[in-house]
Design a binder for this molecule. Structure first.
Ligand SMILES: [Zn+2]
Length: 72
């Protein structure tokens, strides 16, 4: 069957409606995760250091160079 419609022409699958108010907390949460990821890739154990050692630096080193953050 090529078309997923009922005989009346309406879609057979109801699409969920998500309001901006429902979406906002997840957008903020995702944005915070993104900022945290950019911090760890771009600055942790380089320009700043919250965690002792060099493990984070070595783990994100190629991504840091790829994205053009200053490294060494
Ligand atoms: Zn480097």
């Amino acid at each position: 069957m090529a078309h997923a419609t009922t005989h009346s022409g309406t879609p057979a699958v109801a699409l969920p409606v998500i309001s901006a108010a429902e979406l906002l907390p997840w957008a903020v949460f995702g944005g915070l995760l993104l900022v945290l990821m950019v911090y760890f890739v771009g600055a942790e154990q380089g320009a700043t250091s919250l965690i002792q050692g060099r493990e984070v630096h070595e783990f994100v080193h190629d991504a840091r160079h790829l994205l053009g953050f200053p490294c060494h």
